[in-house]
Design a protein around this ligand. Sequence first.
Ligand code: OGA
Ligand code: NI
Length: 355
Amino acid sequence: MVIMATASPAPHSPPKHTNGEHNCHPSVLSTGGNDDGGGIPVVDFDVLVNGTADERSQAVRDLGRACEDWGFFMVSNHGVPEDLKEAMLEACKELFSLPDEEKAEHLETEPMAPIRIGSGFYSVVDGARYWRNYLKMFAHPELHCPEKPAKLRDVAAEYSAKTRDLLLQLAKAISGSLGLDGGRISEALNFDACFQILVGNHYPAYTGPGDLGVGLPAHSDHGLLTLLFQDGSVDGLQVEHDGEWHLAKPLPGAFFVIAGDQLEIVSNGRYKAAVHRAVVGGEQERMSFVSMISPSMDTVVEPVPELALEGRGMEFRGVRYRDYMAYQQSNKLEAKEALNIARVRHTTDRVEQVD
Ligand code: OGA
Ligand code: NI
């Protein structure tokens, strides 16, 4: 598969405000791929849960196709209030603007620490410099939250509950789209005890070499499903589809949903985790916010037996989620490299595990 690399310098013009149309315009984020966001599937959540029986079946089929073709889609009419999303970003912005002394306790903590703040363009994992600050918080079953800013805890608690609910309902519909019972994936992953992380990303205005920089390198997410939204009009998220990078331009109010590694494992590879990255360029800073659900740390994630492939069986072996996450978070982000620890290598005469 050919993956198009970040293009040589593109004309420098600030990203325009998106008005929901998939307008194509020259942008510092031009990559030689498709910049108009066109083609990214949209799932209407209201129809998915409240539609007539026919509408719901159609929506589940569309959802299945979105997972199969892209592993990446938008969800509209999701019911998470806009002012809650804004409050979440505001609280994050305040945190990022605090002096380092106020955040010292959580700065550059170890990969499995329940609260982690990345101080800037420094990563202990691979020595690479990414144009990004981040806040990662374990949010469920227990919310771990910095004490400052004071408003962060309440906002994060509400945001985590609302988005968890949405993600769990999406997981049900995705289960149905695989031809399984709606509750099957949740049951297989013991989702009564699910695990959730919230991540705030801040990409400062770019002043590095060239016109484009890396905010986050190409990767897939380690959980089951990721819900992401960005602040206003500054784009930067790109998703790989059919070997090309597509700029992900959101419809107003919609979330992006990204299939993660655990979905690829549990679906026995029917649905692929989406490779995505964040590109930075231009004078405007950018913010995004992520809510991710995963199985509990103690769950051993393996493909559901009903999805075994004829004559081939399982594409993945069971891996405890804690071990998976620790591996993914402690190693260089390299597209879907982490999934190899769970992949079964098939040969003509025997089956081996990949070490
Ligand atoms: C992430 C991620 C992309 C973005 O946090 O895992 O992919 O646009 N973020 O911030
Ligand atoms: Ni991601």
